[in-house]
Design a protein around this ligand. Structure first.
Ligand SMILES: Nc1ncnc2c1ncn2[C@@H]1O[C@H](COP(=O)(O)OP(=O)(O)O[C@H]2O[C@H](CO)[C@@H](O)[C@H](O)[C@H]2O)[C@@H](O)[C@H]1O
Length: 555
């Protein structure tokens, strides 16, 4: 990824970075069960995250694949090429982590970024037109580490300026924000292609046994299979229930949805059509990305109108929370992006990164705490609270760097802060993977007062790089931050509660021994994908067995 934004410094200057983002490494897998209904483990440990490098899928893995499952992982973003947020990171690292145990391939639309990349796209298949969905070809990109991407070639749908979801950059373009007008067609096309591939109807020389679908954009895939009476098993993972893919009921025919399916038991959502609901209803099993969020979405407060259905799934044992992880590229000892590599207890090395961040973002040099915000700038992330807290942080001697893009009014409010507090607040509108890593490494604290957070990756990256998160006790934040040990949690989404947590952070910063102990504890947390592989594998197995049983009964 190259330049995607501008840094606004206290001098009002723009700065640009052209560094490439880091390659993703993978590491060994161990079996640790980690599912919803089981106690949420604490991540503080004396062990470091190390492991065998999986950046090249080696012979041993290939041999094991003979007895493994063939999984098609369907997604709309992947950090290798295009990323709007956390789903891009997960889609890049989870299939690679799973590849040690399974034959995992990825299906994704062929966006402009792929077409224009140096990667060769080899034509390997074709899917026919269906209802109002155009026919299209399937190309194959083989990544340097061996991961195979099937890319859906349809220039009129996918080769556009903008994000995978729309011309704006705030969210996941599900029809409730600035999404492309034809997002229903675009992502129904993706879903139908996944179903065709699963049925061996795409002329590929490979056929998956199971679909692993991610978020609303893939929601129609299990529905298409169901309506054709084909029991191909599928896992549907909710990364964010707030983006649902809601469209007008008049679109049923163009999307090839049978009218009988438009009811409360099917795809109907309060008079509209919901792709997210389709995924939940028709997939063999639903997962989300943390244990706490899996419970939260069964409640009215977090369920976005789908809590009843989700409660039902939970009662049937068909809803699990499996936490996200981070890959081995997030290692401050080896990350070549950093101004200086460092390890736990090498606080001078970490300090070199803080100096770099202050210089790069145009902050005054100083000894006070350095806070970072690295986030999509959307309502979910609670930026309003941080904007309110900014003045108090600066007056107490802190500095803040904001990096992100999203809702226009939030971007404008941040620009105003940078102008109001020169030398103390810097704002980078956009996202730059390289500078983000430096910021995680250079900051003392990460501000993340999310209203809800299905899992959250930034707080894991921050802890790994010795930056203590200050976060709302919700979803994955509650599961991955140990209050007073690896970060600070606050209970009420209120300014006073947030400020109290920030004050605790200031107090800890003053006490060198305590601060260092907390940073050390945060850096040794275990958030690797290896913890998630066993639960996913178990679900795959279970879904395949169930599908096999059904097929036997049907005979
Ligand atoms: N403007 C921007 N443009 C591009 N990248 C940016 C960006 N701002 C931040 N990022 C990067 O995107 C990632 C953010 O991931 P998160 O998981 O924290 O949140 P997100 O809400 O996007 O993901 C959703 O999906 C993930 C994956 O399951 C869940 O962890 C999470 O809770 C859920 O909200 C980080 O790598 C961050 O550096």
């Amino acid at each position: 990824m190259g330049v995607v934004g501008e840094a606004i410094t206290d001098k009002g200057e723009s700065d640009k970075s052209t560094k490439k983002s880091g390659e993703q490494d993978e590491s060994n897998l161990i079996d640790t069960s980690y599912i919803y209904h089981q106690p949420v483990p604490k991540h503080h440990s004396n062990h470091d995250v190390t492991g065998r490098n999986h950046s090249v899928i080696d012979r041993r893995d290939k041999d094991r694949l003979d007895s493994s499952q063939r999984i098609l992982f369907v997604t709309t973003e992947i950090t290798d090429f295009v990323k709007v947020g956390g789903l891009g990171d997960v889609s890049s690292s989870l299939p690679r982590a799973l590849a040690a145990h399974h034959d995992v391939r990825v299906l994704i639309p062929a966006y402009r970024e792929m077409i224009e990349s140096e990667h060769e796209i080899v034509p390997v298949g074709h899917v026919p037109a269906f209802a109002g969905l155009p026919a299209c070809d399937i190309g194959q990109i083989t990544c340097r580490d061996g991961l195979i991407l099937y890319v859906l070639l349809c220039p009129e749908l996918y080769e556009r300026e903008g994000t995978p979801y729309g011309g704006g950059s705030s969210g996941y373009g599900d029809g409730q924000d600035e999404g492309w007008q034809d997002n229903d067609i675009r992502f129904a096309r993706l879903s139908r292609a996944a179903a065709d591939i699963a049925l061996g109807q795409a002329n590929l020389d490979w056929q998956p046994q199971l679909l692993h679908l991610n978020d609303w954009a893939c929601g129609l895939a299990p529905a298409y299979l169901h309506w054709q009476g084909q029991p191909v098993p599928s896992i549907f993972t909710i990364h964010n229930l707030a983006y649902q893919g809601i469209f007008d009921a008049s679109r049923l025919d163009v999307l090839g949805i049978p009218h009988e399916a438009f009811d409360i038991e099917g795809v109907e959502y309060y008079g509209d059509l919901s792709f997210m609901k389709a995924g939940i209803v028709y997939a063999s099993h639903v997962t989300t990305v943390s244990a706490t969020y899996a419970q939260e979405i069964t409640t009215e407060k977090f369920g976005c109108g789908l809590e009843g259905l989700l409660r039902c799934k939970a009662d049937q044992g068909r809803l699990s929370g499996i936490p996200n992880g981070i890959d081995d590229s997030w290692d401050p000892r080896t990350d070549s992006h950093l101004a200086q590599a460092f390890s736990s207890n090498d606080w001078r090395g970490k300090r070199a990164n803080a100096d770099y961040v202050r210089r790069y973002f145009g902050l005054a040099s100083g000894q006070g705490p350095l806070f970072a915000v690295i986030s999509r700038l959307v309502h979910q992330k609670g930026l309003d609270l941080t904007i309110e807290a900014a003045k108090a942080i600066v007056h107490a001697g802190g500095q803040i760097v904001f990096m992100g893009s999203g809702e226009r009014h939030v971007e404008d409010a941040l620009r105003e802060l940078a102008i109001r507090f020169p030398g103390a607040i810097a704002v980078y509108i956009g996202f730059d993977e390289y500078q983000a890593r430096c910021l995680f490494a250079g900051s003392d604290f990460l501000l993340m007062p999310s209203r809800f957070e299905p899992c959250g990756l930034s707080q894991m990256y921050a802890q790994r790089f010795g930056s203590l998160p200050i976060a709302h006790r919700t979803g994955g934040l509650a599961d991955t931050i140990e209050d007073g040990v690896t970060g600070f949690l606050f209970d009420d989404m209120q300014f006073g509660s947030y400020m109290h947590a920030i004050q605790r952070a200031f107090a800890v910063h003053k006490s060198t021994d305590l601060f260092n102990a907390m940073r050390g504890a945060a850096m040794t947390g275990r958030y690797h994908w290896r913890q998630s592989i066993a639960p996913y594998s178990k679900l795959y197995q279970q879904a395949l067995e169930e599908a096999g049983d059904k097929a036997t009964q049907a005979r």
